[in-house]
Design a protein around this ligand. Sequence first.
Ligand code: UT7
Length: 339
Amino acid sequence: MTANRHIVPVAMTGTGMAVPPRVVTNDDLSKIMDTSDEWIRQRTGIEERRHVDEGVTPSDLALEASQKALAAAGLKPTDIDFILVATLSPEQFFPGTCSFLQAKLGLDTTPGLDIRAQCSGFVYGLEVGQALIASGQYKRILLVGVEIQSVALDMTDRGRDTAVLFGDAAGAVILEPAKNPEFGIRRVITRLEGKHTDKLGVVYPSAVGGRWIKEEHLKTAGHNPYMDGRFVFKNAVSRMPEVINEVLKDQNLGVADIDLWLFHQANLRINEYISLGMKIPPEKIYNNIHKYGNTSAATIPTLLDECVRAGRVKPGDKIMMTAFGAGFTWGAALVVWGA
Ligand code: UT7
């Protein structure tokens, strides 16, 4: 590998995740909208997802994931000196989810901010977290990807094209300067193409239309997600390999050098298409979309936590993480496991 472009190698010293206990199967959805287990499974690979019960908020899930990540790192909340929360489904329109999480962690004035890069939010968070540590200003960062998307879905026939896809979850990592300079985040590359905002998003509440939200917006489902699925699919299968290849080239690595691939979990077909094209052995890819659906910014940290806890990663393993989402935003990160 080439020398790390970043001066301070930053390691992940703890991981954690949380999903709500309520399982919603494809059959459950087919009872309330015109869909079927066969359609969802064949098109996406999703078998079930988790939905929160009323009253549970993003900061609740984020707190559980954070506490597990802190415990894994042997830290307490007061050891954290900056918090990053990646989300597209915030606790409130403002203030950011980070404020709610910070208070629930029992912290006094620890700073933090929300990252609004949708499904690529966690990869963006790695880039920001690494830069904050490299700046020398912060030593221990809590980075969380959290989504409660079930509450924004249109659970009728009208919303079936997106309602079957998304789920609720949180994943967290602790970022610290690596003790061993061979370990840690080696390279993150992020990209954004703002001209495609009309292909995937949620409009209201917003400054569009003269009011945050009007009665007519509710009637036209402007507060529910919209997506041009085929267009997004085509971009996802070209942009993720593109940025992965940029990271590999930057690090003088080939596909065969990577030990574990963690792809964004929007559609199993997307990941299969890319892995076939790039000749990635299926046994080196870990997916959890069948259990949780698309959990947007929470996909990569939940994949990572499951792999870590299952003993699937060992020090020195090279992990490639990649994501694509609304914005359009996308990115890839190469991490050498270990601290
Ligand atoms: O995480 C952010 C990034 N997101 C993505 O990367 C998602 C990318 N897109 C996709 O994964 C796929 O486009 C979807 C899974 C969303 C949709 O699959 P598709 O094969 O592109 O289906 P389609 O949208 O072209 O719809 C095919 C048919 C349509 O019916 P007609 O027009 O052929 O009669 C839809 O109305 O399937 C219909 N349909 C459904 N049928 C049963 C749409 N949603 C459903 C549904 N159940 N839930």
